[in-house]
Design a protein. Structure first.
Length: 85
């Protein structure tokens, strides 16, 4: 396969080679495509997780959750203080 890249990408590729992050142009492009594939896989995974969350039903606003957790933490701290001689 042979492809032509825009001229504005050439300095990026040469910089990657000069810095030792790639052996040659093919290696740099190969690494970029692998990274792109990883990003796309992660993006799709996040889409599935979001869809699953949306389908799971009603949500509770984060503020309420943190308020309830703070109340629980305070209650536990009070109980712990009561048991300390």
């Amino acid at each position: 396969m042979s492809i032509e890249l825009p001229l504005d990408l050439e300095p990026i590729i040469h910089q990657a080679i000069a810095s030792g992050r790639g052996a040659d142009e093919v290696d740099v492009v190969r690494q970029a495509l692998r990274l792109y594939a990883q990003v796309e896989q992660r993006r799709e995974s996040l889409r599935r997780e979001i869809a699953s969350g949306v389908e799971s039903g009603d949500s509770i606003p984060g503020e309420i959750v943190f308020q309830e957790l703070e109340q629980l933490a305070n209650q536990l701290a009070e109980r712990a203080a009561e048991t300390v001689p």
